[in-house]
Design a protein around this ligand. Structure first.
Ligand code: ZEM
Length: 297
């Protein structure tokens, strides 16, 4: 009888799950005055990106992406590129998942990325549930995420493998308007903009308008703004400015924040669905979440 109970399948009814409640519960744990700039929003946005950015359109056997939440597995959790993301995973695991044991980790992490983005004033994103939890550790993926120390060619290779064109590539990297680099995580140090918890097109404006020089220090090569020496650009960020292919998009987004927000919303929605078989979304119309301001109003 016990065996029969274990094998009993729970009804699959994701359509009636209240994902806005999950959103609100993540908002409730978002702020912490002792952490970085006072909110986990940027690290959650990055978690959603790294959960998804392992996708490869060339690997049919193990495509990666957000579907199986393979960052739960040791090899992927310990991939150097993911250093620091345990902060986001642990936060969700300890304080949100227990309230919603039915949600898959892939859905939880990508939803948390949408929370981070929207709560920082970013565009609304169409989010759909349907990711499943993988159980095979061999599906962990390492060495597929971009390396900020590299060049234009590297950016091109990675985003082509993900299935993004040049405009989408520049658009997604504009997420570096928010958050910061941490010496003890990536080796780099500092924020990209003066308002690292407000989503904006400031990354592009600063990239084009400030004078950037290599920082003189004992850390990895990064660029420093000459006026305040308090901001940074990764070599891969700076490559967008020097590249004839990418620069027109940097200029476009620097000029028009509305266009940036619209394009980002679409590109990010595409990013967080990479690697998820379409049939898993079949019964899931997109959800548009209310921000905490809208919930309170
Ligand atoms: Zn990032 N990113 N990223 N990125 N990223 C960092 C931080 C953040 C690259 C990269 O090497 C790094 C995208 C694309 C690319 C965010 C979002 C998105 C850091 C600093 C590095 C080194 C990590 C640390 O030390 O904590 C490279 C090379 C990229 C492409 C070429 C895309 C796409 C993103 C989202 C759509 C965010 C939000 C952060 C800030 C995290 C935080 O903890 O503050």
């Amino acid at each position: 009888q016990a065996v029969a109970k274990i094998e009993e399948k729970l009804p699959v009814d994701s359509g009636s799950r209240d994902y806005q409640k999950v959103y609100n519960a993540i908002v409730d744990v978002l702020e912490n005055e002792n952490y970085d700039d006072g909110t986990f929003a940027p690290v959650l946005l990055r978690l959603a990106w790294h959960a998804s950015g392992t996708f490869s359109k060339h690997d049919k056997a193990n495509p990666g992406g957000s579907n199986k939440a393979t960052m739960r597995f040791k090899a992927e959790a310990e991939d150097g590129a993911n250093a620091g993301l345990e902060v986001g995973r642990d936060l969700l695991n300890n304080r949100v998942k227990p309230q919603f044991p039915w949600i898959s980790y892939g859905d939880l992490w990508t939803l948390a990325g949408v929370v981070g983005l929207q709560e920082m004033g970013g565009p609304k994103v169409a989010w759909r549930p349907g990711r499943i939890d993988g159980i095979d550790e061999r599906e962990a993926i390492t060495n597929r995420l971009p390396d900020g120390a590299k060049d234009e060619k590297h950016v091109q290779n990675i985003f082509d493998r993900l299935g993004f064109d040049d405009g989408e590539t520049v658009c997604l990297i504009g997420a570096h308007a928010v958050g910061r680099t941490h010496r003890d995580r990536s080796g780099f140090e500092g924020p990209w903009t003066f308002s690292p918890i407000t989503f904006s097109n400031q990354f592009y404006k600063l990239l084009m308008e400030s004078e950037w020089k290599e920082k003189k220090w004992d850390g990895p090569k990064q660029y420093e703004d000459q006026e305040t020496k308090s901001l940074m650009m990764l070599p891969t960020d700076y490559a967008l400015r020097t590249s004839d292919k990418y620069r027109p998009y940097v200029e476009k987004y620097a000029e028009d924040e509305d266009v940036f927000f619209k394009d980002f919303s679409r590109a990010f929605a595409k990013l967080i669905e990479l690697g998820v078989p379409l049939k898993q979304f079949e019964h899931s119309p997109p959800v548009f979440f209310k921000t905490s301001d809208e919930v309170e109003a």
